[in-house]
Design a protein around this ligand. Structure first.
Ligand code: SAH
Ligand code: SF4
Length: 404
């Protein structure tokens, strides 16, 4: 989400004739787009702001914008007091008003053209935001507080955005939202939206991130089975494998329901790769709870997992971290080892198969299941080619392009 917001911000600058640079000494403005999902992310963002003091002394005419979730949480008053050299603070809830902050500093836009910026990926992939905020209120999560309740963009706007991205070279669209599959607008539900985006000429692969296990409707599995351009990969955050912890987290599903959903989706799309997020050391997590999480990795056959140590996001005493850091670290490293073991098995299963690869460079691309794949020859940036998988090392498949 932050990357997508940064791209919108870069587009707002582009409408005023500015280009993106990562060289501070050339910059007219610096935007720090902050995260606060864990304390460490917030600390990193804030120390980044602190380091800009020197830049501002050397470039007194330069403008500093602090935006995003940590800006929302900490507030303009606090940030401007602590860092008087900051020119504008725009919180995540008001990110649509970034244009106003920019107009205050640099004047009105020269054009109303969208001027999409693809800052974080190769040009064949574009992110399209379909919802903002979240109404789920998982116990550990600060997102609903800093991004506000869920709001869904109208299908027409989403389709227009996707079409514009394809026109500027994208072949793969990634729809974004915190509970992306909860999207609905008027009479159209998520599966209906997927169909509309797939109908945009030139969309060759469609992904979305992150779905929530609660929100898949009956019609999704049918669409997945019928539509090969829907990626054979889901990033479906589980958070924990313990029913007791899932309940305390207010996730809304049990471990059994999660596994049943995977079974159903894999029946619709054999070989569907599933990756996930886990939080270790949630308050009160016992060794038995943790073992349920550990066991889920193999049962769900995850292709990849982001594993995070619990980070308290509120001052409420019952949400404080109550495990010694050594225990957290030990559980985290056991979980990472299990994820590594299982992901290797999942990767090895691909050997011998034929995959469709969307190339990012001449020798590197991603399969529909989101596995990295390398070839020696025959690839080209932006091309979608059939590749026979010949082997795997570390996290990457190796293969040979099949001549059609
Ligand atoms: N909307 C997505 C997740 C968004 S936050 C979902 O519901 O799945 C991204 C990830 O950060 C989460 O999946 C979770 O694993 C992690 N996370 C969120 N809050 C956290 C916290 N307080 N401590 C540690 N990890 C956290
Ligand atoms: Fe946070 Fe995701 Fe839960 Fe929303 S659904 S509260 S973003 S973890």
């Amino acid at each position: 989400m932050n990357e997508a917001d940064s791209e919108d911000i870069a587009a707002a600058f582009a409408r005023r004739g500015f280009a993106v640079t990562d060289e501070l000494k050339k910059a007219d403005a610096v935007v720090v787009n902050t995260c606060t999902v864990r304390q460490r992310a917030e600390d990193k963002a804030i120390s980044q702001v602190g380091r800009l003091r020197v830049w501002k002394e050397k470039h007194p005419g330069g403008k500093i914008f602090v935006v995003g979730c940590a800006a929302q949480k900490l507030g303009a008053k606090y940030l401007k007091q602590r860092f008087p050299f900051v020119d504008e603070v725009v919180g995540a809830k008001a990110i649509a008003d970034f244009e106003d902050a920019l107009a205050d500093q640099f004047g009105p836009a020269e054009t109303s053209e969208a001027a999409h910026k693809n800052l974080f990926r190769s040009p064949q992939t574009a992110y399209v935001t379909i919802m903002r905020g979240c109404s789920h209120r998982c116990s550990y999560c600060i997102v609903p507080a800093v991004r506000g309740p869920a709001t869904f963009l109208p299908a027409g706007e989403i389709v227009k955005d996707a079409a514009a991205r394809v026109k500027s070279g994208a072949r793969e669209i990634v729809l974004l939202g915190q509970t992306v599959n909860a999207w609905k607008h008027g009479n159209t539900g998520f599966a209906g939206l997927l169909k509309k985006v797939l109908a945009v000429p030139g969309v060759e692969r469609l992904r979305f991130m992150s779905p929530h296990p609660l929100y898949f409707k009956e019609d999704f599995a049918g669409l997945l089975a019928a539509e090969p351009r829907l990626a054979r990969h889901l990033h479906l955050p589980a958070q924990s494998g313990s029913d007791r912890i899932l309940k305390e987290m207010r996730r809304g599903y049990t471990r059994g329901q999660y596994l049943k959903l995977l079974e159903k989706l894999r029946a619709a799309a054999p070989g569907l790769a599933v990756s996930t997020d886990f939080i270790v050391g949630y308050p009160g997590e016992t060794e038995a709870d943790f073992r349920d999480t550990l066991a889920l990795v193999g049962e769900a056959r995850f292709s990849m997992a982001y594993c995070f140590k619990y980070s308290p996001r509120t001052d409420r005493p019952e949400m404080a971290s109550d495990l010694p850091d050594a225990v957290m670290e030990e559980r985290l490293s056991r979980l990472l080892a299990e994820v590594k073991r299982v992901s290797r098995l999942v990767l090895d299963e691909r050997i011998g198969k034929i995959e469709e690869v969307l190339f990012e460079t001449a020798d590197y691309g991603r399969t529909s299941g989101n596995f990295s794949l390398r070839v020696k020859t025959g690839g080209a940036p932006g091309s979608l080619l059939k590749v026979k998988v010949t082997g795997a090392d570390r996290n990457t498949l190796n293969g040979k392009v099949i001549a059609e």
